[in-house]
Write a protein that binds this ligand. Sequence first.
Ligand code: ADP
Ligand code: CDP
Length: 206
Amino acid sequence: MIVTIDGVAASGKSSVASGVARALGVPYVSSGLLYRAATLLGQDAGLDLTDQASLLAYLRDHPLRLEPLAEGNRVWQGQRDLTPELHSSAVDQGVSQVAAHPEVRAWVDDQLRALTPPFVAEGRDMGTNVFPHAPAKFYLTASPRVRAERRSRERPEAVEAIEAALIQRDALDTTQSAPAPDARVIDTGPLTLEQVIVAITSQLPS
Ligand code: ADP
Ligand code: CDP
């Protein structure tokens, strides 16, 4: 069985997916980390992120591996663990450009569909495009200010700057971010992390 958790930037997807996965005793899968890792590699190699063909060629020569650990996903390129570098502001700024390329999306989708269920998958288009037949789908929202305040506890940056960057990234990600028609939408604003996790686990089919 696959549970999908999609939502806007910093809405709590990976924390919630991790909690739901732990409650179920299954792994969770962070699709955003693959887009982030592709962006980091492109930036490190000095590639033009608008150039889909050169990005893809580089990714084929430098394959990435997503390790869907329950306590937190990791991405490897050979022996190099890219994970600690994937949540920088530089990656945040480039990632939507990379994620807009249809062939990069197909490259990510192939890796996700090769994974063996059960798992909880989180991202933007898990319930619509990648796993449309998943029996349980959720979509997380929260106001930009609430999301920025949560992120500001993880990063030494002003809330206003984080909020502006989140709004900009949401706008760039609109195409792939529509909720699935059969997804249950949860506003996480008034809830604690634990309450969101319970809201999901209590609605899962038995
Ligand atoms: P995303 O994967 O959507 O970017 P994260 O899982 O990184 O989001 O969550 C962003 C931050 O919000 C984390 O520090 C998380 O612990 C925090 N958070 C606080 N309260 C909640 C809540 N009610 N629901 C979801 N996340 C929350
Ligand atoms: O939660 P947050 O938006 O901070 O990060 P993420 O889930 O790691 O996603 C990073 C970026 O990857 C998003 O801004 C999208 O551009 C892209 N993404 C996507 O297009 N499709 C997905 N399924 C997941 C992420």
